[in-house]
Design a protein around this ligand. Sequence first.
Ligand code: ATP
Length: 447
Amino acid sequence: MTIPAQRNVAEPDKLIETLVSLAKRRGFIFPSSEIYGGINAIYDFGPLGVALKHNIRNLWWRQMVELRHDIVGLESSIIMAPRVWEASGHVAGFTDPLVECKNCHQRFREDHLEGVCPNCGHREFSESRQFNLMFKTFLGPVEDSAAQVFLRPETAQGMFVQFQNVLNSTRKRIPFGIAQQGRSFRNEISPGNYIFRLREFEQQEMEFFVKPGTDDEWLDYWKQARLDWYLALGVRPQKLRLRAHGPDELAHYAKAAFDVEYEFPFGWQELEGIANRTDFDLRQHSEYSGKDLSYFDEETKERYLPYVIEPAMGVDRCLFTLMIDAYDEEEVRGETRVVLRFHPSVAPIQVAVLPLSKNEKLLPASREVEELLRPHFRIEYDETQSIGRRYRRHDEIGTPFAVTVDFDSLEDQAVTIRERDSMEQVRVAIAELVPALTEKFRAASGT
Ligand code: ATP
């Protein structure tokens, strides 16, 4: 399976619009609470979207936790003690500058404006003020300030506050990491670009604890490892880059940071952040909690606060990137064929099992092929509509292979495998189907 470096899109300006419509029509992404008019910057994932998201999550977890001896997992709560967010600096500093248009009174993030109100074109704005992005709610039945808590705006703090528990229970030695995935919430002032900037989203973050002095090397290691991860998922190299943060951009806790950026239709934007958080978080939590979060190195008999290198990615943003990057259109016999050229490891469905028609004679054999393949691959069995339309649907949702059962199959015990990208068809004995497809996946994944 060769994936062309250049994708063809008839109307690049309309790519996002095209994807929004495809994503809804085919069941990847729906506006949340749509029958009530939706809710701004919050989305639901349909059957194909949830499969894609699940695959992204699992590949990350496999790479970051299961295949490594030096990283362990954690699942911390979304609501944490409010002091956590005072110590981390979020209560005082997790803010964006907010301005209001003097004409239409819509509010915007000042650093995203280019001098003109995107709503009405007016050029006068109120003084900017700092707006805290954390969602607030109350814990327990009394709604007063003592009961106020926050929905976490990042998963990272859970890993810092459980550092000692993880260390004591696993007996890991530095360098080692803690990884977690889960929902985060940010009351973004100007969300948008579909699912690029959401108010409820999902993150996969890993805090890698290292000895001070080795932090620069580890930052280099992780920025390359993370870039390579996207390349291994088939993201086009010319659309990916690493960009260093300038001194004025660095977060309050960071000594150095890089973004993995992707060239979205609306410009180069962050896909993942990789930061050297120094000992900032452990130091703050030691001070605010009064608990010593330092590490004792048995070999050198030194005690120190570890430095932390953090790769932080957004699952929804990764999903969006993979959809944009995979989208392709080509002319086939005078018709436009839409193909999502997903890497086989992330494709929501890996093999479509398609009887040539709904003819009763074909159905038992087709069901047998489905049962044969289901334990090995993500399968969809589909017998509705003409075979041509079913191929087109599977191209459009990115299914790498289709297996077609026809009348000859009943005689020769063989089926046809159709490849999504080349549209080539080969005949394979049913007895050989699992190894043949396994080999095709191996070849197509570059593994
Ligand atoms: P920005 O400066 O664009 O607001 P950030 O630099 O604060 O974002 P991080 O805190 O580094 O973002 O978050 C790590 C990752 O989490 C991001 O690279 C992104 O993939 C994801 N992410 C952050 N905020 C959002 C959001 N509002 N919607 C979707 N994903 C997000």
